[in-house]
Write a protein that binds this ligand. Structure first.
Ligand SMILES: NC(=O)c1ccc[n+]([C@@H]2O[C@H](COP(=O)([O-])OP(=O)(O)OC[C@H]3O[C@@H](n4cnc5c(N)ncnc54)[C@H](OP(=O)(O)O)[C@@H]3O)[C@@H](O)[C@H]2O)c1
Length: 264
């Protein structure tokens, strides 16, 4: 993917990896459309990017609100934006056991992480095809590749993203559509703070996994490098990524470890 001079839409752009990827992309002289539900956070990122000399358009978007996702996409397209890439980072995590998680929490996590991303991708796909093709990035997780304690709904939502985006690619590769799945391991962001507990409240803590993870800035560099190479999967993390090999090549060891690893 050649970035220069093109327009990219990034969700979850007010914080974490969405923010750092936006900043990293801005160095390539692009136009950015930034979305998040957090308008104040978006305005801060936009200001930071504008001072770097790039153009930014803000679209506040709640990924749980499907009708507004379609309306916003329609408005952006009818304003004449020519989107070359949709990179979706908006997401919420979970900290509760299967046995204690009310089904409404499962639905909420699926709404944001899966249906929100699906809705926006569907809303933009015909436009990107019409413009001669472009790139989609969906943000999965290590636990989008295997199950993990305290993450049943989160892990499910990330697994589902793989099915959706792989199918989207299979159907549309002939239209010059590229898809990259991002697989972050542990990255220093607020993801664990805003994770949902069994009561549906915020977990409120930065877990050791995140504290000891790579920085969001380093993650952004890995992501941009992978997107540039149009890699189908982009691994974003440190030694924890070894779990992908263990799950694939020594599944019995994974099952043994999954029962014992400290969940947070
Ligand atoms: N950090 C990790 O270790 C890690 C590991 C694996 C996968 N991931 C994935 O990476 C992606 C980015 O997360 P991050 O780590 O950068 O964490 P983050 O800083 O919490 O970023 C997530 C962003 O999504 C936004 N968001 C949440 N719910 C939303 C909604 N309903 N509508 C619109 N925006 C919403 C958040 O907005 P608010 O600020 O308003 O909450 C936040 O800006 C997520 O999909 C996450 O699952 C992260």
């Amino acid at each position: 993917m050649i970035f220069t001079g093109k327009t990219f839409w990034i969700t979850g752009a007010a914080s974490g990896m969405g923010r750092t990827v936006a900043i990293e992309l801005a160095k390539q002289n692009v136009k950015l459309i930034l979305s998040d539900r957090d308008l104040v956070g978006l305005e801060k990122v936009a200001l930071e990017i504008e001072t770097m000399g790039s153009t930014v358009r803000i679209e506040q978007l709640d990924m749980m609100d499907t009708p507004s996702i379609f309306t916003t996409a329609k408005k952006v397209i009818s304003d004449g934006e020519k989107i070359a890439g949709l990179y979706q980072f908006a997401g919420i995590s979970q900290r509760s056991l299967v046995s204690e998680t009310p089904i409404d929490n499962d639905r909420r996590i699926m709404e944001v992480n899966f249906f929100g991303a699906v809705a926006l991708a569907k809303a933009i796909l015909p436009h990107i095809i019409e413009n001669g093709g472009g790139q989609f990035a969906g943000t999965s997780s290590l636990v989008g590749k295997f199950g993990f304690p305290y993450r049943s709904a989160y892990s499910s939502s990330k697994h589902a993203l793989h099915g959706f985006f792989e199918s989207l690619l299979a159907e549309n590769a002939k239209f010059n559509i590229k898809v990259s799945m991002l697989i972050p391991g542990r990255v220093q962001t607020n993801i664990s703070r805003f994770a949902i507990t069994k009561e549906g409240k915020e977990h409120g803590e930065m877990d050791p996994g995140q504290t000891n993870g790579i920085t969001a800035e380093k993650a952004a560099k890995l992501i941009i490098r992978g997107l540039k190479k149009e890699k189908k999967e982009i691994w974003v993390g440190g030694s924890e990524m070894l779990m992908l090999h263990i799950r694939r090549f020594i599944p019995r060891l994974y099952y043994y470890m999954a029962r014992r690893i400290k969940p947070m």
